[in-house]
Design a binder for this molecule. Structure first.
Ligand code: NDP
Length: 701
């Protein structure tokens, strides 16, 4: 049976017909995932799609025609992904990785797609048309692998290794599918294949006495080969550019030995540092700030490569805000003081503000250098030593800060960077000689860190997630409110903790507000983050991008309406990176997942309100309390509303600006403690109270 003869060519089909055809194929994939190959009947598909069986027959002939088309769709999708990735890379090793990554991408490990593949695989031996499609798919994969390998080894060896890699790709996927996706996920499967290929290529090079082949990278998840867990101490992990997927470098994971050694060095360094005067400490911090400013361009470029954020942002915010912070706390270092307490003519008391000792900083990936500075500056100003662990997705710029601080004159050991995953973070939070942990991260991580820190009664500062509200009243200057909402949702591709992703707009101005907002979103430039014209860069990783896209799908499924965006951006070279279009949802309800949960991506939910009391109640109905904003021209209302909002950091007629002078932090599940401002000093010092007698000791014994 030749189903192809019944399927009209792409160009001949009308757009409506094509849309209908695609819908029927998607319904078929749903059905395969739910009831399997045998249960998927023409009548059932017609009923699911709400069309007559005759219409299905019109497009596909019979059930076999429909299943054949659905199978071709799956195969074509993988083929497109392979082509897209191959177009972005140059070297044979990168081409091999592109084939592996596309075949084992998260989309292929997803329940619905995976079950449909399984259903087809079960039938290929019985159904000739499926068999044909399957063999085309296999031949393509083999040929892609072989042609890359032939550049690295003789043809016979290339053929054998290509077959082995293809078998491993199919095998690891099949085992994962048959275990209900418990045995492996996309990250661990790709890591397994990557390691296998690297080892084979190295063995091949060694056997020929040549240099080892350029090692392939671990996938962006950094998952370890066999288990899907993070790499162990001493192992290396790759850090990638999220805009291109390319490997930027390899980083070694610090284990217990390294963390202990770092703590020992920190204790020695801290003794020297704490003995310095405030003026001496200030000089070092100012010198470091000057070096940051002098190297702003170079550091911003590195941050852009590591985070995928546009150079337009990193060159004016990330590095410079770190420098501002060092300068601010340099000033405070010279004015740290205790209190004199009058206790009458025979005594007085005083307090000394002393450093805590060795403290740990653990950073998130959205503002790597800024977070390192926001933690290091107050810690060092107060005479502490800090051991800092950046997020494993963005390990590069914290190391630069370490070098700059040394160059500025900081004694050895006083600021050190250790690299790794949560295991390395735990070594810090559980270390008995570390006196405090300051974490920027998710709420779950905050709870884990606090629980671990409690075992040694460490002080904690927790800067956690949010789902903040922005309230636009009917008297607001609308263009400013729109600007505020844009800053509150799309800076750093929406990966900002304080973002106000719940935008409450008064009913009287909502339509006008959304019209202007959507027009400005439409004009945003998404592109290569290194291009100074680019305004929207990449999300941090493939995994995170799928999380964000998953929320967008949930929003649609729950009935919200996408006004703009709502999809991944894959134009040109962007397909190799993790770009999502700025997305605005209208028609949102407070109970929707997109309105309740932190998405940490460029996704804004617009909500309508009509009454001040009502909007305050709805704004506060969240477990988070990081930030909030109000746009209104009514002075008294602005302060009244802000006073009623449960949030640690608030803006009136502005959003997301964070001068170092103002304390920053959250309430409720958004965190504990404050960074920046004088308030941070409280969190990096302890008070010693001293009683001083001025007369004789009067003892009753
Ligand atoms: P995570 O909580 O996943 O990670 C934060 C850091 O903690 C990483 O370095 C991570 O290591 C480490 N870590 C993870 N588990 C543990 C553990 N059990 N013990 C010790 N350390 C651990 O956050 P993300 O990196 O995903 O960052 C995004 C989150 O950060 C969002 O929720 C965002 O709102 C929040 N955030 C809050 C800010 C604020 O100031 N309130 C500012 C910026 C972001 P690794 O990832 O390397 O394995």
């Amino acid at each position: 049976m030749n189903t192809q003869s019944r399927v009209p060519s792409e160009s001949a089909r009308e757009p409506v017909e094509e849309g209908r055809r695609r819908q029927l194929i998607e319904v078929t994939l749903d059905s395969l995932a739910e009831v399997g190959y045998v249960g998927t009947t023409l009548a059932q598909i017609a009923a699911r799609a709400g069309v007559s069986p005759g219409l299905v027959a019109h497009y596909f002939g019979d059930k076999d025609g429909l299943l054949d088309a659905a199978f071709r769709t799956l195969v074509r999708r993988v083929g497109e992904q392979v082509r897209l990735r191959l177009a972005q890379v140059d070297t044979p090793r990168e081409r091999l990785q592109a084939v592996i990554d596309a075949n084992l991408a998260p989309a292929e490990f997803e329940q619905r797609t995976g079950t449909a593949w399984l259903a087809f695989w079960g039938q290929v031996l019985q159904v000739p048309s499926l068999r044909r499609v399957q063999s085309i798919y296999q031949r393509r994969t083999l040929s892609n692998l072989r042609s890359s390998l032939r550049a690295l080894m003789p043809p016979a060896e290339a053929r054998d290794l290509a077959s082995l890699i293809a078998a491993l790709i199919d095998g690891v996927w099949l085992r994962a599918a048959l275990s209900g996706w418990r045995e492996a996920d996309s990250g661990s499967a790709r890591a397994l294949l990557t390691e296998f290929v690297d080892r084979r290529l190295q063995a091949h090079a060694a056997a020929r006495g040549g240099a080892p082949t350029v090692a392939g990278a671990s996938p962006a998840t950094g998952a370890s080969p066999a288990t899907g867990a993070s790499p162990a101490a001493g192992e290396r992990f790759a850090t990638r550019n999220p805009a291109t997927g390319e490997v930027l470098g390899y980083v070694r994971v610090a284990g217990a030995g390294e963390v202990d050694a770092a703590v020992r060095r920190a204790i020695a360094g801290q003794a020297v540092w704490a003995a310095a005067t405030g003026a001496e400490r200030a000089r070092v911090l100012r010198a470091a700030a000057a070096l940051l400013r002098a190297r702003n361009r170079e550091l911003a470029e590195l941050e852009t490569l590591d985070t995928g954020k546009p150079i337009q942002e990193t060159s004016v915010v990330d590095v410079l805000s770190g420098a501002d912070c060092l300068e601010y706390f340099a000033s405070l270092a010279q004015s740290l003081s205790g209190e004199h307490i009058d206790l009458g003519p025979r005594a007085f008391g005083y307090t000394r503000r002393e450093p805590l000792g060795v403290v740990a900083g653990i950073g998130a990936w959205n503002y790597p250098l800024q977070i390192a500075c926001w933690k290091a500056a107050p810690a060092l100003a107060c005479g502490n030593a800090m051991i800092f662990k950046p997020a494993e997705l963005t390990p590069l710029t914290a190391v630069k800060l370490e070098q700059i601080l040394l160059e500025a004159g900081l004694p050895a050991g006083v600021f050190q960077v250790v690299q790794g995953f949560a295991d390395t973070g735990r070594l810090l939070t559980r270390h008995p000689l570390i006196r405090k942990v300051s974490l920027t991260g998710e709420v779950g991580t905050g709870k884990a860190v606090m629980a671990d820190a409690s075992q040694t009664l460490k002080n904690v500062t927790l800067e956690l997630g949010g789902k903040s509200p922005l309230i636009v009243f009917e008297d607001a200057k609308l263009d400013n409110a729109v600007s505020g909402a844009l800053l509150a949702n799309f800076y750093s591709s929406g990966q900002v903790c304080s973002n106000a992703t719940r935008v409450f707009v008064h009913r009287a101005v909502k339509d006008a507000f959304l019209d202007r907002l959507v027009a400005r979103v439409r004009a945003m430039r998404i592109g290569d983050p290194r291009d100074p014209q680019t305004q929207v860069g990449a999300l941090i990783s493939e995994q995170h991008m799928h999380k964000v896209l998953g929320y967008i799908e949930r929003g649609r499924a729950e009935g919200a309406r996408v006004l703009i965006g709502g999809e991944r951006v894959t134009e040109g070279k962007l397909g190799a990176g993790f770009f999502v279009a700025p997305t605005v949802f209208d028609g949102c309800r407070d109970d929707m997942a997109i309105v309740r949960e932190e998405i940490f991506g460029p996704v804004m939910s617009a909500l309508e309100f009509s009454d001040e009391r009502e909007v305050i109640e709805r704004a506060n109905a969240s477990e988070f309390g990081l930030a909030a904003g109000v746009f209104t021209n009514d002075l008294t209302r602005a302060h009244r509303v802000i006073a009623s909002l449960q949030a640690g950091t608030c803006w009136i007629n502005q959003y997301n600006v964070t001068p170092i002078e103002l304390p920053f932090g959250g309430v409720k599940l958004s965190g504990l403690g404050r960074e920046n401002g004088r308030a941070a000093i409280e969190h990096y010092t302890q008070l010693k109270s001293v009683y001083v007698a001025m007369g004789d000791v009067d003892a009753p014994y």
